[in-house]
Design a protein around this ligand. Structure first.
Ligand SMILES: [Zn+2]
Length: 333
């Protein structure tokens, strides 16, 4: 019987439940989930007074293998796929027509508007899945990881998508001094993306463990004015610090968001100092492919903390509150 982590009441503990799944409908597939990553978005949802949907299965990024297909599918049974955070969009607005469905007003986010992937199985539309070439092909990760471990790294493809999207949204054309504020799940990947693109990378994180991870990945403590910054934490303090440290004409991308937080910026910073502010919410399809190429070439190595599905109800809050470097990855088996 498929098993899931479910939030049944706002702000209550999540539960491990068993339930049968519907058979996949037209252009839907049934996935056996190999790994599901949890991050800030999931934790924020669990603390809302009125989540968009209840009961709700969290989990917006995962790797799974197709076990069954509905009518009209082009993906095949046995294929391994990346489950991405965006589960659907209207398909006809200006954003969708411009191949930018993440900014569609009717965008459907996994683990928020529809059930997420934090369980043994998931039924979902095949259009939102990205086939993964695993076992890793031409240029494998040095450790030659077995499939199930490779999945724990590939599951970070969603976060890496955001990291690459944010760095590319800065629109930098030459080697720059970039700082990453907040070296957690997305931030520690952004450090590596900037390094891979040849930039000089700095990092700042109040948590000593995460700061140590950023430094071990080649970031330097911030020293002097910055050309650009990526703020990967929903902290107003980090944002204001980034604004202060940017040079005139500097660029800023934000990936950390909060359902209740607010941004307080001075007109003078945006107008007189000419700072550019960009959203780093996921990225374009090209950003995703760039991220996966970095992952599979071994240029970016996610740091993961593993947990089993059974451990999630007891450990979820402890993991969030105590902090850990990198990404939390749940293996449902
Ligand atoms: Zn749309």
């Amino acid at each position: 019987m498929p098993r899931f982590i479910q939030l049944r009441q706002p702000r209550e503990a999540v539960e491990l439940v068993e339930a049968a799944l519907a058979r996949p409908g037209p252009r839907q597939v049934l996935l056996r989930i190999e790994a599901c990553a949890l991050g800030m978005l999931d934790w924020q949802l669990l603390t809302l007074d009125a989540p968009p949907r209840l009961p709700l299965v969290p989990g917006h990024e995962a790797v799974g293998v197709i076990e069954a297909t509905g009518p009209g599918c082009t993906l095949r049974v046995g294929e391994r796929v990346l489950v991405t955070p965006l589960a659907g969009s209207c398909g006809h607005c200006a954003a969708c027509r411009g191949h930018d469905p993440r900014h569609c007003a009717g965008a459907v986010w996994r683990g928020m508007h529809v059930d997420g992937a934090l369980g043994t199985h998931l039924v979902t539309g095949e259009q939102t899945l990205v086939p993964l070439e695993l076992p890793l092909g031409v240029d494998p990760l040095p450790e030659k990881l077995p499939d199930h471990l490779a999945a724990t790294l590939a599951v970070c493809g969603g976060s890496l998508w955001t990291a690459v999207g944010a760095v590319n949204a800065l629109g930098l054309v030459e080697r720059s001094r970039i700082a990453i504020f907040g070296a957690g799940g997305v931030g520690h990947l952004a450090v590596q993306v900037c390094r891979a693109l040849g930039h000089q990378v700095f990092a700042l994180d109040a948590d000593p463990q995460r700061m140590e991870l950023a430094l071990s990945l080649g970031a330097l403590p911030i020293d002097g004015p910055l050309d650009a910054a990526v703020v990967c934490t929903p902290s107003t303090q980090a944002l204001q610090q980034a604004v202060r440290l940017l040079r005139g004409g500097g660029r800023l991308a934000l990936t950390g968001s909060s359902p209740t937080g607010r941004i307080d910026l001075a007109f003078n910073d945006l107008v007189w100092r000419g700072l550019t502010l960009r959203s780093g919410l996921l990225g374009t399809r090209a950003d995703l492919e760039e991220g996966l190429a970095l992952l599979f070439s071994g240029k970016v190595k996610p740091s993961v903390e593993l947990a089993s599905l059974d451990e999630v109800p007891a450990k979820l809050w402890a993991l969030r509150d105590l902090g850990f470097p990198g990404r939390l990855v749940v293996l449902p088996r």
